[in-house]
Design a protein around this ligand. Structure first.
Ligand code: 7TS
Length: 413
């Protein structure tokens, strides 16, 4: 099989940045196609972590000594890097979190708890990851608001006509992912924001699967909140961010209390709180991981997110074409706008068996419900196999994956 993409990304040079891609699994070269779960880490990010711990490991914002000053400067410089990466207007609109899950929980517990009550509605799409469903359900129990679900069509694209009908005067917030982790659907979030705003509702965009793959501009989208995870965009685990419009963040109460988020603390008069974004960053953050996340975003910038997107779209088209030749294989998620994720089931072969056997051939794909049970149940399946791509993947790797899959299907049928 020949690789057929005519794009110009220097994938050989990119691969040299990732030491892990040289390892073998079960005696075979690793083919890593589980990037939607977590991406691999380039040496520039590894070196940033190493350099931090060797040279300026210190707690931030508190120490009046050189190491603390250096750590604080690098941490705050990353806020500016994230601002640029997301196209936000101001660095104080960026709150560091552990990742997308924590960013969504921040909005739920701070904005949600203080703005939602009986009679209010939150719209969530059927495409959501559990982390954009369950926190809302937990709060709905406590506050008595209603969750309504934006349906999908048979391709796994959002039903925009139904969305327009659902958004009404009771709608307070729309929570939707930018890109679906299970199917790869790219959602028209700017249009969804416009429709939400016409009705006076806010929109929270879960960008966990968009930030690594698509150019993001929170101002152009007009997102009120935008969340992403560093570990899916070539950064380390433990650091991600929430973007929030300044006036919203300012009006929101703290959600976690502790050091660094206060201005004054008194037993007699209670406490007063720091300005945004520090009001939302209680305790010692994952300083090294935040700084290394900044380096990861710079790495993405050095290559160019548009080039990464185009490369991955080429990989996706190649994968769709080659998988389409396998008898009895069904791709779930065929929306016209898709990022580099392909989910599929195979007649007569359990997804779990496929993943286990294909791992023996060195290929890492994901099986299961991808933390999107409502979506998979809607399509009548409990699990799919999912291959997801990153900048370092190649058409040749997809060919190896497809050949391995063909072999495995022959074994289990
Ligand atoms: N939202 C989306 C759309 C995601 O894909 C994920 C993780 C999350 C939120 C949660 O991110 P976290 O970094 O806070 O855990 N998605 C996946 C996945 O597809 N396979 O493993 C994790």
């Amino acid at each position: 099989m020949t690789a057929t993409t005519d794009l110009t990304l220097d994938v050989a040079a990119i691969r040299r940045d990732f030491p892990i891609l040289e390892r073998e699994v079960h005696g075979k070269p690793l083919v890593y196609l589980d990037n939607a779960a977590t991406s691999q880490t380039p040496r520039q990010v590894l070196e940033t972590l190493d350099h931090y711990y060797r040279h300026y490991n210190a707690n931030i914002h508190r120490g009046l000594h050189t190491l603390a000053d250096e750590a604080t400067a690098a941490y705050e410089a990353t806020r500016e890097t994230v601002r640029r990466f997301l196209g936000a207007g101001q660095a104080r609109e960026i709150v560091f979190t552990r990742g997308t899950t924590e960013a969504i929980n921040l909005v739920v517990h701070s904005w949600g708890r203080h703005n939602l009550g009986p009679g209010d509605e939150v719209l969530i799409s059927r495409l959501e990851h559990h982390s954009n469903i369950v926190p809302w359900q937990l709060l709905a129990k406590e506050r008595g608001f209603t969750i309504r679900v934006i349906p999908v069509d048979e391709r796994g694209a959002l039903d925009m006509a139904a969305y327009r009908d659902l958004v009404g005067e009771r709608t307070r917030l729309v929570a939707v992912n930018h890109v679906s982790n299970a199917f790869g659907t790219i959602n028209p979030v700017a249009e969804m924001a416009r429709i939400a705003h016409e009705q006076g509702a806010l929109i929270l965009v879960d960008g966990a699967q968009a930030a690594p793959h698509e150019p993001v501009d929170v101002v152009a989208i007009d997102a009120d909140f935008y969340a992403f995870s560093g570990h899916k965009v070539y950064g380390p685990t433990g650091a991600g961010a929430l973007y929030g419009k300044a006036h919203l963040l300012e009006a929101m109460p703290p959600w976690q209390g502790g050091g660094e988020m206060i201005r004054t603390v008194s037993f007699e008069e209670g406490s007063t709180f720091a300005d945004v974004p520090h009001k939302f960053e209680a305790g010692t953050p994952s300083v090294a991981d935040v700084i290394a996340l900044g380096r990861a975003l710079e790495w993405v910038d050095e290559i160019g997110i548009a080039l990464i997107r185009d490369w991955e779209h080429g990989l996706l088209a190649h994968a769709h074409r080659e998988l389409g030749r396998i008898d009895g294989l069904h791709i779930l998620g065929t929306a016209p706008q898709k990022a580099g994720v392909v989910s599929f089931v195979v007649d007569g072969a359990h997804a779990q068996d496929i993943a286990l056997l294909i791992d023996q051939l060195g290929v890492a794909i994901r099986t299961g419900n991808h933390c999107a049970q409502p979506l998979l149940h809607h399509f009548g399946v409990e699990a799919t196999c999912r291959a997801s791509f990153a900048a370092y993947n190649t058409p040749e790797e997809i060919d190896i994956f497809v050949a391995a899959l063909t072999r495995v299907i022959g074994m289990v049928r």
